[in-house]
Write a protein of this length. Sequence first.
Length: 476
Amino acid sequence: MEALLRWAAELGVSDSLSAPASSSCLGRSLVVADFPDAGGRGFAAARDLRRGELVLRVPRAALLTSDRVMADDPRIASCVDAHRPRLSSIQRLIVCLLAEVGKGKSSGWYLYLSQLPTYYTILATFNDFEIEALQVDDAIWVAQKAVSAIRSEWEEAAPLMRELDFKPKLLMFKTWLWAFATVSSRTLHVAWDDAGCLCPIGDLFNYAAPDDDTSSEEQDTEEAMKCQERNVMLEEIKLDSSSERMTDGGYEDSNAYCLYARKRYRKGEQVLLGYGTYTNLELLEHYGFLLDENPNEKTYIQLDSELCTMGTWPKDSLYIHPNGHPSFALLCALRLGATPTNRQKSFSHKIYSGSMLSVENELEVMKRLGSKCVETLQQLPTTAELDGRLVHFLRNLQNSTNWRVDVEQSSFGQEFAAFLRFHSVDLDCTHNQLLVRLLRSLERWELAVRWRCSYKIALTKCVLYCKRLINELSLQ
Ligand SMILES: C[S@@+](CC[C@H](N)C(=O)[O-])C[C@H]1O[C@@H](n2cnc3c(N)ncnc32)[C@H](O)[C@@H]1O
């Protein structure tokens, strides 16, 4: 890591407005630290940071984009250009990334590449067993679609990679998947390339959902304004909450990627970035992790097709919040659905404004929603309670020094036997320590079970919400 920080400093990467010290690009605003429960390797504040303060500047010279790789290597450029019409910008970036990986120590990006994760847990890396463990059809479909899309993209890019004389290992699907996951989970947006850029050092920020710091917004605005006056680099930042930057930074006129503190941080606290507004399934798909508390989580249930088409609400606006409440659009759609067809038109104004129509209508809405959730929960093979215990078991197993004992003492012997069967591992042939391949699969299995568990918890909360409202309305 020291060598990477020195290399980045030479390219002008800095965590302060002044030029970096030659030995490291960090130390004045940020330091690399480990946060085992919140993303692993990330950044800690090197001192107290103000909201809106510039914390990292990465000049264009340090950004890895396909343009940059091609500009530095005419052979890659001519091959990629010849295939350009058939390949997407993401496929081109992946090929350029792999071409640099193939150069080994002679790549200008070697120090950066050697610090990248060796494996990822995005949905596309899930095998059939792990995908099945998601249990919910929509999620299974998303995972299967992700795997098949990436496989076709790899097949499309194979002729170009062969033309570039990639070594056999670099031509493998497994390697493509690694590169895809690198691009998916680490690129930052730039205007000139849809694939974005790989941003050395800038990609060490872990994620926090964009709106979990809004409470501190007002109190911080004054401070941020003062900070803005002092800091010429902040001229571009819009500090009012309505125009809050989603990514806490961007590529600016100064020809550099600039990243800012999204809130006040105390020294030692993890400095986080809001990559965007994602549900947990989207976080899993693009970044390979889940948030226990995700304010942007949306839980979808199978609704009657009539209900989805009868109003003007987009299908993805019909969901349940993490606290179990139906979204505004779902509530409106349910109210419309519970209104006799001949009266829907006359009530439409009231429905679209979000008003309750009548006690009878609202009772019907809550009954329908509650039973839909109960029905959905009953169709799933396990309960949230059991899933919670399975998560606990899978976590223990990943840190176990004698997995046999842990499995024997648990009530998940059958599930674990199915897992070993899927991996064609004989129970007697393994050592006390599980194979790395199995440990990684356990990690993904745990993610799948955590996801389905939180799905069921949201539906259970929705059932309770409906019951409570039914009770209250019945008393009126
Ligand atoms: C841009 S990288 C951040 C740096 C990364 N931790 C590293 O060591 O290189 C994004 C990845 O970090 C992890 N990550 C980021 N935020 C996280 C969070 N809040 N919880 C768990 N994992 C997180 C995920 O693996 C994600 O794909």
